[in-house]
Ligand binder design. Structure first.
Ligand code: BG6
Length: 523
């Protein structure tokens, strides 16, 4: 949108030029889409993300035949490496972390397009060399002048790298070619910094060329939320406050934060995953049906529901934060956060966060949305649970329903991907005793295909220019607007509550639900 055009409230802006429009796309959607001529430049190739996720995902895409023969991969870092040294790094990463089997011929073809540019972000000469390398690849391999710049670097370096890409002419390609930037969270640390960051990135790359990664949106189970809700007649009538008592979104991890102090200390669980992954899960669960799956329409619905979402008050009773202490996990004694390498001994960074949200719409008024996440919890599990109201009347002897809980529909995001419906069933025998049972759908047994890794899907979508699975800047800013009050409240009010590693979080998290007569599901 240009400076003179103002958005009209309620009217969705037309798709910017260059966006793929799925509505006009009449091809058979079951056919895999293959990226056209292009290359990827990764900044931050020495980091964990590049090694464990990005390089393996690129190989997996090549292995599935989804990359063009001309594809090139350029690494940019300060290391004094030749192309071959970088090639070896990619090779090791692929061998160790790729999802699909190693095939020498796929690797050989990929390796031909691997280059390395040595330089620091403040070195103008390095960006000139990068531009020359890309030009050469355009000629030698036919990458067509189409490049994605993947910023897998600390956010404080974004401004400098964006500016360098602008100065070197790489951000604004010639007519008929594309240049896209991929950024990893955190997108700012509060609303003001997110607005600043978005303005900065948009001053170099137009919004349609900006791909913000929220890797949860690349997960099959997360994409399936929309299929479950909008391809079936079964759920819609009960997907509202008449039947749903509360929604619980849990992202629990058993890992600790050893080795991640540089990123995590001072950031904490709410900024790390609630602002992005969990609020995106909430948006997909609570939004209305989009007019179509056009990215613009899906985003419009997410924006609407996030605009209606806010923290329940008062924050001292409706939120909880914690920090793990020493404890036992997987049969091993583990240290507390304050003893993890690199964390300051008086760190007040929360490793557990739980909040209560209200979604102020006709569909959801009165239904609390409880979000919780934490490190060093009982086990790794991410799930969205719709917990239903109790039946208004139970025509049974009270002793017969002691083991009957509330019905629940649980979307199991990971590990054990699938969906569970929990309901009461008669226990075999002469008495009319009713107990909770589960009905399960599991991806593993329903489908022969393995799910691709989130990063495979997302990198391919960047190369295809398909923005559906990337949050736009409005979603990012709204998420901060929702979260900022609790971040400010926590900053002004003491320390997180301690919880023992291997448990399900601090006492305050349990009390938070008990106040309204509810309890957290035990995954
Ligand atoms: C990242 C967070 O976005 O997601 C990490 O920064 C977290 O702290 C990770 O461990 C979890 O991802 P997944 O896909 O394993 O659930």
């Amino acid at each position: 949108m240009t400076g003179t055009q103002q958005p009209v409230p309620g009217v969705v802006a037309p798709a910017p030029a260059g966006w793929h429009n799925p509505l006009r796309d009449k091809r058979d959607k079951r056919m895999p889409r293959i990226a056209g001529p292009c290359g990827v430049v990764i900044f931050g190739v020495t980091g964990d993300l590049a090694r464990k996720k990005l390089m393996p995902a690129i190989y997996d895409l090549a292995n599935r035949g989804l990359l063009p023969p001309s594809f090139s991969l350029v690494g940019f870092a300060r290391r004094d490496w030749a192309d071959e040294d970088f090639g070896k790094i990619v090779y090791d990463a692929v061998k160790q972390h790729a999802r699909t089997p190693f095939r020498q011929e796929v690797w050989d073809r990929l390796a031909e397009g691997i280059r390395f540019v040595c330089g620091s972000f403040d070195d103008d000469g390095a960006f000139t060399r990068l531009a020359e390398t890309l030009e050469k690849l355009d000629v030698e391999r036919g990458t067509g002048g189409n490049h994605a710049f993947y910023l897998s670097i600390p956010p404080k370096a974004f401004p400098q790298v964006c500016e360098q890409l602008k100065q070197s002419g790489l951000a604004r390609p010639q007519e008929g070619r594309w240049s896209r930037v991929v950024i990893e969270k955190p997108f700012g640390h509060d609303l003001d910094s997110a607005i600043e960051l978005n303005a900065l990135v948009n001053s170099v790359f137009p919004e349609e060329s900006v791909f913000r990664i929220d890797h949860y949106l690349g997960k099959e189970t997360v994409q399936n939320i929309l299929a479950l809700r909008f391809a079936n007649e079964l759920y819609e009538p009960i997907w509202n406050s008449h039947y749903v008592d509360s929604v619980q979104i849990t992202m629990a991890e058993d890992i600790g934060l050893g080795g991640r102090a540089g990123y995590y200390d001072g950031i904490g669980a709410a900024r790390d995953v609630i602002q992005n992954h969990l609020l995106q899960l909430l948006a997909l669960t609570a939004m209305e049906e989009p007019v179509s799956f056009h990215p613009r329409e899906v985003r419009a619905e997410k924006i609407k529901v996030l605009s209606a979402t806010s923290l329940a008050q008062p924050l001292d009773l409706t939120t909880s934060r914690g920090q793990y202490t020493t404890g036992w996990q997987g049969g091993e004694k583990v240290v507390g956060l304050l003893d993890e390498e690199g964390f300051s001994k008086d760190s007040t960074t929360e490793t557990f966060a739980a909040i209560t949200l209200e979604v102020d719409t006709r569909r959801w008024a009165g239904v609390p949305f409880y979000l919780r996440t934490g490190k060093r919890l009982g086990r790794r599990v991410t799930e969205i649970a719709l917990v239903f109201k109790r039946a208004p009347h139970l025509p049974f002897d009270a002793t017969m329903t002691e083991e009957l809980g509330q019905n629940a529909l649980v979307i199991r995001v990971q590990p054990d991907e699938g969906i569970t419906l929990r309901f009461g069933s008669k226990v075999p025998g002469s008495a009319m005793e009713v107990r909770d049972v589960n009905m399960d759908f599991s991806y593993g047994s329903a489908f022969a295909e393995d799910s691709p890794e989130a990063y495979e899907r997302l990198i391919l979508d960047v190369l295809l220019g398909e923005p559906s699975l990337f949050p736009g800047n409005a979603e990012v800013e709204l998420s901060w607007e929702i979260l900022d009050p609790v971040l400010d409240y926590w900053a002004a009010h003491g320390k997180p509550d301690p919880y023992e590693s291997g448990t399900w979080g601090p006492e305050s998290a349990f009390e938070m639900l008990q106040r309204s007569g509810r309890e957290w599901r035990r995954p």
